[in-house]
Design a binder for this molecule. Structure first.
Ligand code: ADP
Ligand code: ASP
Ligand code: MG
Length: 403
């Protein structure tokens, strides 16, 4: 008998038929004698719909009330999944995040899990129940409902697997596993048998939405081995785990594109000590995360300074720069959302040369201009025009022979 955590994403529970499909799968595992904890997301489109509703009653809704609202999405699915199991003669009980013992800090809409007390889960399992836990949510010490950031049901599953010391953790989604690129964008993308935590983490933070990046960070920290697989078939998925020697032989594991980026350029900034510090201190004080920064070569004592931020943060960044540009003596500034960040990722990059050259060649052959470049040990990212993003991903995927 194994203790299994299974997480089903939004599409996998997107309608009553799909919920019954999930229940049938859970029943199968249960009948094989396993104990099963199921984590479910809100039905697909529900979270987006709730956010839209909120904005219709207030332009900038309060974060606490936002969490109260968003948590209802997952609460709907847990109850429906329990009912579907009951209909198949399987004992099942649903729990909200708080009822499952998930305690978070008080940072509404992006709370971090502080601790999990799975006493109730263990009791219910012992009584022969399938336990269905609402993903994406918890409660702080004072009992206020919190949520864990978009895609946060992945984190709920991984954290629960660690807390109850599960034998197996499976993330069920609408594709067969983690691919060399988003299979909806690159038809030739190939499913990976395995991938290291570090590569999965980079791909996730660089735009591959198949796993929430915070959940991968958590899995790495607590050594939770998990698989990503399809809820629609029985194909083996992708195993995400600690890296092995063999993994280093592959130079590029995957390509990703992040289309949620924006770019700010401040023109003709006086090139003297302290200016960059002032600009980026003001941006940081507004809680805006800056990603890439490029400063042009100085001409006649002035330079252009360009940086990228998440699209959602652009209004905040614009407000800061509006106030600051004149103050630091710049002649103006420009903001654009029309960019994408394309990245290649692989731990083999540590020991192989020429990756950057190949990447730039692939883009050159497509006549795609590179606006900014940044590198780390296991990734290279470039900023390009948003309109070329899908074509670029396909070209780069082909250049590195990933198909
Ligand atoms: P869920 O609702 O199950 O959490 P998501 O929509 O969050 O599912 O993530 C699955 C989606 O991630 C897939 O439908 C796919 O289009 C996208 N995706 C992006 N990059 C990749 C990749 N490298 N491998 C697999 N899927 C990817
Ligand atoms: N329902 C939440 C979202 O759409 C959490 C999740 O699906 O993982 O972001
Ligand atoms: Mg997801």
């Amino acid at each position: 008998m194994s203790l299994i955590v299974q997480k089903y994403g939004g599409t996998s529970v997107g309608n009553p038929g799909r919920i019954k499909n999930v229940a049938a799968r859970v029943k199968r595992f249960r009948e094989e004698g396993n104990q099963v904890v199921v984590v479910v997301s809100a039905m697909s489109g529900v979270t987006d719909g709730l956010i839209k509703l909120a904005r219709e009653v207030h332009a900038a809704p309060d974060d606490r009330e936002m969490d109260m609202l968003l948590a209802t999405g997952e609460q709907t699915t847990i109850a429906l999944t329990a009912m579907a199991l009951h209909g198949m003669g399987v004992k099942a009980v649903s729990l909200t995040g708080a009822q499952a013992g998930i305690v978070t800090d008080g940072v509404h809409t992006k709370a971090k899990i502080a601790n999990i007390t799975p006493k109730r889960i263990h009791e219910l399992l012992k009584e022969g129940n399938v336990v269905i836990v609402a993903g994406f949510q918890g409660a702080d010490e004072a009992g206020h409902i919190t949520t864990l950031g978009r895609g946060g049901s992945d984190l709920t599953a991984i954290a629960l697997a660690a807390a109850i010391k599960a034998d197996l953790c499976e993330i069920y989604t609408d594709v067969d596993g983690v691919y060399t690129a988003d299979p909806r964008v690159v038809k030739a993308a190939r499913k990976l048998e395995e991938i290291s935590y570090d590569e999965m983490l980079e791909l996730a933070s660089l735009g591959a939405k198949v796993m929430q990046s915070r959940s991968v960070e958590f899995a790495k920290k607590f050594k939770v081995v998990f698989s990503v697989r399809s809820s629609m078939n029985d194909n083996p998925g992708t195993i995400v785990k600690e890296e092995t020697r063999k993994m280093e032989d592959v130079v590029i594991r995957g390509v990703s594109a992040d289309k949620n980026q924006a770019k700010v350029t401040i023109t003709q900034v006086p090139d003297k000590p302290g200016v960059a510090a002032r600009i980026f201190k003001a941006i940081a004080d507004a809680h805006v995360n800056v990603d890439m920064i490029v400063q042009n070569v100085s001409a006649s004592g002035h330079t252009d300074m360009t940086f990228t931020v998440g699209k959602d943060d652009l209004p905040k960044a614009r407000k800061v720069i509006e106030a600051l540009a004149k103050e630091v003596g710049a002649t103006g500034f420009a903001c654009t959302e029309g960019i994408a960040k394309l990245s290649v990722v692989g731990i083999g990059m540590r020991s192989h040369t020429g990756v950057a050259a190949d990447l730039f060649e692939a883009l050159a052959a497509e006549k795609i201009n590179i606006q900014m470049i940044s590198t780390s040990e296991i990734k290279i990212s470039v900023i390009i025009d948003l309109a070329h993003a899908d074509r670029a991903v396909n070209a780069v995927h082909k250049k590195f022979g990933l198909g």
